[in-house]
Structure formats: C-alpha cells, structure tokens
Design a protein around this ligand. Sequence first.
Ligand code: ACO
Length: 360
Amino acid sequence: MSVPEKVLTNHDLAQMVETSDEWIRERTGIRERHIADEKDTAASLGAQAAIDALRVAKLHPEDVDLIITATSSPEHLFPATACVIQDSIGAVRAGAFDLSAACTGFIFAIEMAAQAIRGGSIKNAVVIGAETLSRIVDWTDRNTCILFGDGAGAFVLQASSEPGGVQSSIMRSDGSGGDALYVPAGGSAMPASLQTVQEGMHFVKMNGREVYRFATRVMAAGAREAVEKAGMDIEDIDLIIPHQANKRIIEAAARSLKMPMEKIVVNVDKYGNTSTASIPIATVEAIEQDRLQPGDNVVLVGFGGGLTWGALTAVWSGPLTEEPRRLHLARYRRIAWVRTMLRRIWRRIDAFLFGRGKSP
Ligand code: ACO
C-alpha cells in the first residue's frame, strides 16, 4: 500500500468548512485522511503499491502478464492509469487497462484477473486500487469533502496448482441509481467548458442518505450471497474486509450478518474513504496486525457509485514462494525510466526521418 505523507485531520477540516471533529466521527467514524501533494497522482501511488506487492510476492515486473487498475480518479480519460503504471514499473510484457466501477472496482478487478488466470490465458496479474479523490472533491462542500482520502493498494494474483485463492464472487450493478453519486462533467455527456468549471460540475456530487440506505442493504446481502455461492456458512469466515466508507455502514452489515466486530477490519478512522484503494489498504493492515493468515477464509465486500456492489470469498494463500529472490526492484525501475526516455526519443527520430509525407 502507498498513501501520501500529508494528513488532514477533522480539526483541519473544521477550519475549511462548517463542521466539527465530533460530527464527522459520530456520523462516519473518520478521524483523519491522507491527501496527495502536487507530486502524487493515482499512478504514482499505484505504481509504488504495485512495486511493494511484487516485492512481497517475489515476482519481477517482467513476469507480470496483466495489470488492472481500478480507479475513480484516473490520471486521464485516456491513456489508462494502468498503462502509466505499467510503464513506470517496467512491466514490459503486461497488458494494462483501467476498470471503472467506483469503489466496487477493486472487487470486480480481482474477479477479472482471477478468471483470466483460471482460464489459462495468463499466469501473473497485478490488481491495483489507486485514488487521488482530493482532486475531484469540492473542498467547500461539507457533505462530501469530509469523507474521502487518497491512497493506493495492490494485490498480486498468481496461477498455482495448490488449492486456494478466489472461491466465489458476485458482481452487481443498478445504473438506475447512477445520479446518487457521480461527477457530472468532463465526459462526453457534458464536456469541459467555462460554464461547467464555474458551476463546479467536475466535482463529486452525492446524495449521502440515498447512498447510505443502499450501502446498508447491499453490504450484508452481497457478503452472504458470495459465502453461500462458495458452499460455506458465515461461521466459516475468519475475516471480512469491507469497503471503508463509513463505520456505521460496516457496523450495520456486521449486525445483519451476526458477525462480531473482531472479525471485521475497520481502518476508515485513519484513511477516510479511499474508494478502490480502501479494501487493499485494509488488507495490508490486517496482515501487518497478524489478523489474516495463509489458509484463512476471507470475504472482501464493497459498494459504490454506479450503483455497483460486489463480494468475493477467498482462501488467503500468502506469497506462493518463500524462496529468497534478489529482484533489485528500485534499480530496475530506474532502468525502466531510462528505457521510456529512450523510446520517446526514438519515436521522435523515427517520425522525423521516416514519418513525413507518408500517411497510409
Ligand atoms: N458537518 C456538519 N453537519 C453536516 C455535515 C458536516 N460535514 N454534512 C452534512 N451536515 C448536516 C446536513 O446539512 C444536515 O443538516 P439539516 O438536518 O439541517 O439538513 C444534517 O447534517 C444531517 O445530514 P444527513 O445527510 O442526514 O447526515 P447523515 O447522518 O446521513 O450523514 C453521511 C451523512 C455521513 C454523508 C452519510 O449519509 C453517509 O455516510 N452516506 C454514505 C456516503 C458514502 O458512503 N459515499 C461513498 C460511496 S462509495 C463510492 O463510490 C465513492
């Protein structure tokens, strides 16, 4: 995982909009969140998380076949943030694309990568959730700006003959609720104009109460359905790692599932809602705190704009190899940067020497 250094507390926010630490903590459970500085982008945070995940998996970037980046705050409409990350980490053999399903994106991306591995077309995938939501949040709107934070997290998924990994998943959408959480302008429906900028149409708009009601309905139902699909009972689950949007939503899901809170990961207090990055960040912290061990049955469950929701059950497998492997990832990344520069220079030379006057 990778989060920006800068921390914005509720007290800091109370200096910016009419709110208070008490209100935010009571309604959401959030105390603070990390905010990108000028040099951080979704891709820079995502690339750092991807490199760290490869280091844990003892896998070289050249061995990666697929990179999926789930993001709600991509670097550009195109190219995909995943392509920027692919280039930055030197994953020269990987196909890379973004997946847009708001906060549920990480669950959907895991399912896509797992199916590609099961189908036999790839062996190694990196799935990333990466966000700089602070860039698309209206910092004068207290309804939304208190909720979100920046950060990234990544998983490595690998083919293995050992049992384990993703056991079942559900992916659901209800586009009729799209206007409950959306960014109106900047796409083809409402291209950027002076008016869209003046009216703040490039910022997140949200009907908080509607999203809250939807979330409390689907979190528990989604988790339950995925567990049943895997042929398990909820009692078989060792840990649930939910999307971190609001502590009250997570507690409502826990009550409905009759799961004790000790079996549910909550870290929304430290990071706010980091959208697609929240589940991998929560997973990393659960591992660091020894709450998730190889062999454990785990449920990942999320919801978000779209509307979308999804859940999966997995047998946590940990790194496939404990064999020490010298990867020199930092040095390799510098080599990847030089390769990128040389390729760019070569493209210009190629266009200058051979490109003029020739169009197919
Ligand atoms: N500080 C103080 N008062 C506030 C603030 C604030 N930051 N924000 C709203 N209020 C006020 C409202 O104006 C309202 O005042 P009124 O009664 O005079 O009109 C009052 O507090 C209550 O507002 P509600 O919206 O009813 O508050 P609620 O208890 O529903 O909490 C919240 C709001 C926290 C946004 C909640 O609805 C929520 O968490 N919703 C889900 C949001 C979410 O998870 N979004 C992300 C989805 S994931 C994705 O795809 C990115």
